[in-house]
Design a protein around this ligand. Structure first.
Ligand SMILES: [Zn+2]
Ligand SMILES: [Zn+2]
Ligand SMILES: [Zn+2]
Length: 558
């Protein structure tokens, strides 16, 4: 199984009934299995009995004896093939040599008891962090199987992953070095640092979501479903619609079934079954279990724990387009149209995503950079996901959804879950568009001083902007409009709201009018935040050296 075979064993492999692959020299890796024809995703490339199997955790004397016994029963060809496998462990006797070969090459076999085994063919398959095939023990046929996880082209090497694929590049490389004594130079291990970091972040987010979904009995179910949705999205972006992806679908199925939702339950169960069939085969216990469940969900042990999402299987919508179907499936709310005042956003001084420049490198968004003009993107948080590293979606004033990725030093943990709530609005100073390698364009946020989240919806902020610009800015003659009655007067004769300092009033009556009929009763507490007030009063066209939160330094019109 390991890069760098010591002996030519192609004779053994060519005995195989299949013409799908050949044992060949692979540049830099010794021998490996190479596809001889197009192998579509889901194809069973091989299935074979274990040559030597060893339960894990067995007492070492007994284990060595068991291995020796099995080696003795091998045919000469099998024995030669076994001995030609790589061994990274030093040895000075036969049992130690056999053990070293097993330890270097064994693949997982059955779970109960937890066993590892030598497979003549599968153990020849080299590692790649972006493996195109999956090895799995199948208890039903008592054989190890290898399935194509994606389409494999003729001449392409067939690869599996020797390490848990959700590890960062650094961790994978260390594990491969420690356990198999080679340095992986696969496509993923050779990515430029920024691209590799992007991948590692997504891997970390998947793990972080695992921790969040583990709390599902104390988390609102809709929230947990959103976590599973995000996990599946991350897996897709990483191009890994395999084990973890199927598990997220299974968990989503269990969750909706527990709440009586048989329609969604069937879709999730069918999708999970389809992934298991692809990567482990339709005869694998897992694929069969989910096929069976998909047919009769009410047999599921968690069915009806609550009936709060009650649907019947025949309620799967048939008429929806793909996007709408996914929104239905994951119970993702149709984004409500922003209740914007009619004269917006043309009058607003804030930016939408489409208005932003592209960033040319990671450093262009750094705070304090000298710039002539500044701008501010506003976006309402549309999902309640507090994952690490932080990333969530915002909706801008043109109705576009944009992912906001935290590349700050603390990767988003400088904010608390209370600050990052659906319906709150993020203001990003001098934001720029970033083209991510994985996933849609968005904001790559680096400097914590360039972001502030306000506990208001985008529509509320845009409505407040109009009021503040209309009533907080003095006229040319120094007069101010009364926030209550609209009449202009000299500020000396007026009263100012003592709490937020935003509005002026002719008298007590006008203040009462502003308080109730102009909703200042609700708005005042938000306008007490000088950052929000300043955000409305910044002259974005004026040349200023730098801008950042807190914005108090901005000259306020008094
Ligand atoms: Zn690699
Ligand atoms: Zn008045
Ligand atoms: Zn006030």
């Amino acid at each position: 199984m390991i890069q760098g075979e010591s002996q030519d064993t192609s004779a053994i492999i060519s005995v195989a009934e299949t013409s799908m692959y050949l044992l060949q020299d692979v540049p830099g890796k010794g021998k490996g299995l190479v596809a001889t024809r197009h192998i579509p995703r889901g194809t069973r490339i091989l299935a074979e009995k274990a040559l030597i199997s060893v339960p894990k955790g067995m007492y070492s004397g007994k284990r060595d004896e068991l291995i020796c016994q099995q080696v003795e029963t091998l045919s000469n060809d099998q024995r030669d093939a076994f001995l030609s496998m790589r061994n990274i462990h030093p040895f000075d006797n036969l049992p130690a040599q056999y053990l070293g070969i097993v330890q270097t090459n064994a693949l997982p076999a059955q779970d109960y008891p937890d066993t590892q085994a030598i497979f003549l063919e599968a153990c020849r398959i080299n590692h790649d962090c972006k493996n195109n095939a999956v090895h799995q023990w199948n208890d039903n046929i008592q054989q190890g199987t290898v399935h194509a996880m994606r389409d494999i082209q003729p001449g392409e090497e067939i690869t599996i992953s020797y390490v848990f694929s959700l590890k960062s590049r650094e961790t994978r490389q260390k594990q491969l070095k420690d356990s198999f004594d080679f340095t992986c130079s696969c496509h993923l291990c050779s990515l430029p640092d920024d691209e590799s970091e992007e991948r590692d972040r997504k891997l970390e987010q998947i793990v972080s979501l695992d921790q969040l979904t583990a709390l599902q009995f104390t988390t609102p179910p809709l929230q947990t479903l959103a976590y599973f949705y995000t996990q599946t999205r991350l897996y897709s972006e990483l191009g890994r619609e395999d084990i973890g992806f199927a598990q997220a679908l299974e968990e989503a199925a269990c969750l909706v079934i527990a709440h009586g939702d048989l329609a969604r339950g069937r879709v999730f169960a069918e999708r999970a079954a389809s992934i298991w069939t692809t990567i482990w085969g339709s005869d694998s216990p897992r694929a069969i279990m989910w096929e069976t469940r998909a047919r009769d969900l009410s047999l599921h042990e968690r069915f009806g724990y609550s009936m709060s999402w009650n649907t019947a299987v025949n309620e799967i919508p048939q008429e929806l387009g793909p996007d709408d179907f996914e929104n239905w499936l994951w119970k993702r709310e149709q984004p409500t149209k922003l209740a914007q005042p009619a004269n917006l956003p043309s009058q607003s001084c804030f930016s939408g995503f489409a208005d932003l420049p592209y960033n040319t490198g990671p450093s262009t968004t750094a705070g304090g950079a000298s710039k002539n003009r500044h701008w501010c993107l506003l976006g309402e948080i549309v999902e309640d996901i507090f994952v690490h590293p932080l990333e969530f979606e915002i909706k801008d004033m043109h109705g576009h959804n944009i992912p906001l990725h935290f590349y700050t030093k603390d990767r988003g943990s400088e904010l608390t879950a209370d600050q990052v709530k659906r319906g709150y609005t993020v203001a990003v100073l001098d934001a720029s568009k970033h083209i991510f390698k994985l996933g849609p364009p968005g904001i790559r946020h680096e400097d914590p001083r360039m972001i502030k989240i306000f506990p208001l919806s985008l529509a509320e902020i845009l409505a407040l902007e109009i009021q503040v610009r209309q009533f907080s800015v003095p006229q040319h003659n120094g007069f101010r409009p009364c926030h209550g009655c609209g009449a202009n007067a000299a500020p000396a004769s007026m009263k100012r709201c003592g709490k937020c300092l935003s509005f002026w009033y002719c008298n007590k009556e006008c203040q009462m009018a502003g308080w109730s009929t102009k909703a200042h009763r609700g708005d005042c507490k938000f306008l007490k935040d000088p950052d929000l007030r300043s955000l409305f009063l910044v002259n974005w066209n004026e040349v200023q050296d730098s801008i950042q939160f807190p914005l108090q330094a901005v000259k306020e019109c008094t």
